[in-house]
Design a binder for this molecule. Structure first.
Ligand code: FE
Ligand code: FE
Length: 185
């Protein structure tokens, strides 16, 4: 019979987030490649390196628990990565595309923040002190990444919005022609 323990739930959730990190290690290079802004691209590259470290920290925790890290598919991350791929495929360009990539990436970070917050709290009540500090480090980096994305989006969204007004300018001659036509009637 399966054990009804918090420890087992803790290990299950660690496996879920471990699979999530593994999926991200594959997805982040594609996000970086799709980015137009050099800052956004290097942000994704930096987070890729951090993500590899996140997976290693989890491996260390599994090692200390005497458990295997494999065995779970994170379905939420599959969905989030699929949405990221959709954004990569969309025919948006430049800053608008970047704004979309940031949107997808922040959804990922928020999922990870929720997951790490939970396992960190489980580790705390289970008295897994070393795991608490490792999970805390990762949680902190996920939050920093989310904040960095928000900061980047300030400039990128403004640029994206200014393309909007450029397009309105391009459309104006048509409106003027119509107006002239109306006046000459
Ligand atoms: Fe991570
Ligand atoms: Fe992350």
């Amino acid at each position: 019979m399966a054990q009804n323990t918090l420890k087992r739930l803790y290990v299950d959730e660690l496996r879920d987030i471990y699979d999530a990190e593994k999926q991200l290690i594959k997805a982040l290079p594609e996000m970086a490649e799709a980015a137009t802004s050099r800052e956004l691209r290097s942000g994704f590259e930096k987070h890729l390196e951090q993500t590899k470290e996140h997976a290693k920290r989890l491996e260390q925790i599994f090692g200390e628990l005497g458990e295997k890290p494999a065995g779970k598919k994170c379905k939420a991350m599959q969905g989030l990565v699929a949405e990221g791929s959709e954004m990569i495929e969309e025919d948006f360009e430049g800053e608008v595309k970047d704004a979309g990539l940031i949107s997808a990436a922040q959804r990922v970070e928020h999922y990870e923040i929720a997951a790490y917050g939970t396992v960190r709290n489980f580790a705390t009540v289970l008295g897994e002190q070393n795991a608490v500090s490792l999970l805390e480090k990762t949680l902190h980096e996920e939050k920093e990444t989310d904040e960095a994305l928000t900061e980047l989006s300030d400039g990128i969204n403004a640029e994206a919005a200014s393309h909007e007004s450029e397009e309105q300018v391009k459309e104006r001659p048509t409106t003027n022609t119509k107006a002239k036509a109306a006046r000459s009637r």
